[in-house]
Write a new protein. Structure first.
Length: 252
């Protein structure tokens, strides 16, 4: 069995690896990963393992973010200290969950369950479990995982000056004047942003309050924004339907 361990605590990783070898010396640990970013990139570059041991809290965020950026085609055993609601959901929809500190007998039971219920190769996560991830990950975002060539990397939310859609793609433009392709929609991203700092000025654009240099009246009762970090070829116009809310937002 080829496994992947995603765990940001080195002692927890070493204990889990040693316990797996004790239970079955044939188990191979393909990699030890500590972050969302590294896990996404590893899964993009490598064939799916037979089984993933996945911690919830990682060094750069919650592991739920992994599932926003790619389809995980391997069964999962969660290692977590999460609340009872989440644990019940994991019990019903995943191969298993292990409460920390992990006891070797519980680990053996989880592996036995995997061997009994081994999913078909390439099977996606159940929709119900995906919904659990979305509900548990409703905290405001601190960072975005963006496409960089064939890999992903993080940028901090506070570095985003504006967001816009172009030909069905979503782009993040930073105060450092860099443009990044983002895998979510403008609407989906806005749901995770701090509404005091960001405002969705129309269906396809979001601006950071700190990026607004000037506000100009515009025809048809709209407003045109001049940003401190302009985007070539893109105009930022507050839709007529949003002008009232926008006035309140900038004056709050």
């Amino acid at each position: 069995m080829k496994t992947l361990i995603v765990e940001d605590e080195i002692n927890a990783f070493q204990y889990l690896e040693a316990s797996l070898k004790k239970i079955d010396p044939a188990i191979e640990v393909l990699a030890h990963l500590e972050s969302v970013e590294d896990t996404v990139n590893w899964l993009l570059d490598n064939p799916a393992p037979d089984l993933i041991f996945l911690d919830i809290e990682l060094s750069d965020g919650r592991s739920f973010e992994i599932f926003e950026h790619l389809e995980v085609k391997a069964p999962i055993i969660f290692t977590t200290a999460y609340d009872q609601y989440a644990i019940e959901a994991f019990r019903q929809n995943s191969i298993g969950y292990l409460l920390k500190p992990i006891h070797i007998d519980e680990l053996r039971k989880a592996l036995d369950k995997y061997n009994r219920l081994r999913p078909a190769a390439g099977a996606a996560l159940p929709d119900q479990l995906q919904d659990v991830f979305r509900r548990l990950n409703r905290q405001k975002k601190l960072r975005c995982l963006v496409k960089k060539g064939s890999h992903f990397e993080f940028i901090n939310i506070e570095d985003i000056a504006c967001v816009y859609s172009e030909e069905s793609l979503t782009f993040l433009h930073t105060f450092q004047r860099q443009r990044h392709l983002y895998t979510s929609t403008v609407e989906g991203l806005m749901a995770g942003l701090d509404e005091q700092a960001f405002f969705r000025i129309n269906r396809g654009q979001i601006v950071n309050i700190n990026a607004i240099a000037k506000i100009h009246p515009y025809f048809n009762q709209r407003m045109k924004l001049e940003l401190s970090v302009p985007v070539d070829g893109v105009e930022f116009v507050v839709s007529r339907a949003r002008v009232g809310e926008f006035r309140e937002w900038v004056d709050s």
